[in-house]
Write a protein that binds this ligand. Structure first.
Ligand SMILES: [Zn+2]
Length: 489
């Protein structure tokens, strides 16, 4: 049902087959949220003009709607919305979290979703807010797990069913919840209740929540970052292995005159220019749009918001296929310090990212201090501990060969020692700045230390260009040092 085709870090371009809709959706995919009562842009237009392959709507709203309930039951969702792609439905869990109770249970709402022709249905889970205590998170999880087990027993036919992963702010609970959800054999795994984190720019905690959920799920599990629709964090979330996003943001933000960009949100009133080349932004100026009446203004902003959202998703997919997703994440991380925290937290999981990261991809570009913590650097350091050195004396150098030593290896921050035989292989073909960063030299020193420790019989000397003392301090005492910048001239 889900197949990952190409990986970069833990991100993947894949295919989600949705049998009831008879379609295959390329992931990472965006599901625009359709509110039946407030259709800013119609589902038919989303399909034709924006290329939407999948959308999400709330079955609980339809269930309680005098206007749409009977029509949805009689015609089915696809005719009601004029949409031929895949339709996912939500169950009312959001309303449950918001109002404390709802008047349906999982069996009832699943049957309703089946009856209205949903392609992917959702049981009634309990979203635990991030500030909830551990007791509440555990109690909520029990209720959610019971709902998932009811859903697993439900006779769904071709309809897929979501198995939401909760657990609040407790990574161990998230991981356990994910393992239990995966064991039910349900189909798609939304990581729930991250919206409050995203709204408060708590990206580091979002990364921890997703990483924990991913640890509990199999690699074949499609993962939905539920409620995440701001394009600024798609690259980061995709690098963690999130396959589905949903956006109500495009419409909700437009209603408040807010304009989405990949670097954050702007208020229409603050914009002198539109930094975008979508059809809306090329045909209008901000003053132009601001002068329009409400429904018009909202429509134009919603269209721009969708264009920029889909464009970022395409950029993320392209980056995964080229193998430079982490450079895109790095770029996005500079838009806000909280995004930098998210990126740094992602790199705390470099060992885990390394497991799915391809061994050969587009040239590694060292563009920041954070680059020194990428999974490729970890992998090279691991490899250094396994390399045997067949010489009594080795010069590991940023400069040229020297006959005084039996062997000469390259020295390349942030990787460290580079055996000649590997110099032309990924990632050691990396492009690095002439002006070394402290972090890169420190990482390279760690690499030298690994090699020296693994080969205690060999005498190592490093030739470096003016490395900072903090990097040299990481070398074992036994490693001799030559500052090549002092030798020159
Ligand atoms: Zn635009």
């Amino acid at each position: 049902m889900f197949e990952a085709r190409t990986y970069d870090a833990a991100g993947r371009v894949g295919e989600l087959t949705v049998p009831r809709a008879g379609v295959t959706v390329e992931t990472p995919a965006l599901l625009p949220v359709i509110n039946p009562h407030l259709q800013t842009i119609s589902p038919a237009e989303l399909e034709q003009e924006f290329g939407a392959e999948i959308l999400i709507t709330n079955a609980y709203i339809l269930y309680g709607s005098d206007e749409y309930r009977e029509q949805a039951l009689a015609e089915g969702l696809h005719d009601l919305y004029g949409f031929s792609g895949a339709i996912m439905t939500d169950s009312g869990s959001f309303q449950l979290a918001e109002y404390g109770n709802i008047d349906v249970d999982t069996a009832e709402i699943l049957q309703f979703q089946a009856d209205i022709g949903s392609d992917i249905a959702t049981p009634v889970d309990v979203p635990t807010p991030p500030n909830a205590g551990r007791d509440q998170a555990e109690r909520d999880l029990e209720t959610t797990q019971a709902a998932l087990e009811t859903a697993a027993d439900f006779d769904a036919g071709e309809m897929l069913i979501n198995a939401p992963v909760q657990g609040g702010a407790y990574p161990d609970l998230r991981e356990r919840a994910a393992r239990d959800a995966y064991a039910t054999g349900l189909d798609i795994y939304p990581v729930g209740a991250v919206v409050p984190l995203l709204n408060d720019y708590r990206y580091a905690e979002m990364v921890e929540a997703v990483a924990a959920a991913k640890r509990g799920l199999g690699a074949d599990a499609p993962v939905h970052l539920f409620g995440a629709g701001h394009p600024m964090m798609f690259a980061l979330a995709a690098a963690l292995g999130c396959d589905l996003f949903d956006s109500a943001a495009y419409a909700l933000y437009a209603r408040d005159d807010r304009y989405l960009t990949v670097r954050g949100t702007e208020h229409l009133g603050d914009l002198h220019y539109f930094p975008c080349s979508c059809p809306v932004c090329t045909a209008h100026t901000p003053d132009d749009v601001a002068a329009r009446d409400e429904p018009d203004r909202e429509d134009l902003l919603a269209r721009h918001n969708l264009h920029v959202t889909y464009a970022e998703l395409r950029r993320v997919k392209q980056a995964i296929r080229r193998g430079n997703l982490l450079e895109l994440v790095d770029e996005r991380a500079r838009s806000h310090p909280a995004m930098t925290d998210g990126y740094r937290t992602l790199l705390d999981h470099a060992d885990w990212l390394e497991q799915s990261d391809p061994t050969n991809k587009d040239t590694f570009l060292q563009v920041s201090a954070e680059s020194a913590r990428r999974p490729e650097v970890h992998r090279h350091h691991e490899r250094l501990t396994r390399l045997t050195v067949d010489a009594d004396t080795v010069l590991v150098t940023e400069g040229g060969n020297n006959d005084r030593f039996v062997a000469t290896w390259g020295l390349k921050p942030p990787f460290g020692p580079v055996p000649r035989a590997l110099a032309k292989t990924y990632p050691l073909t990396a492009e690095i700045p002439e002006r070394r960063s402290r972090a890169a030299c420190e990482a390279a020193a760690d690499g030298v230390a690994r090699l020296a420790t693994a080969n205690p019989e060999t005498e190592f000397t490093i030739g470096h260009f003016d490395w900072p003392a903090s990097a040299l301090a990481r070398l074992p005492e036994t490693v001799a040092r030559i500052d090549l910048s002092e030798e020159e001239g």
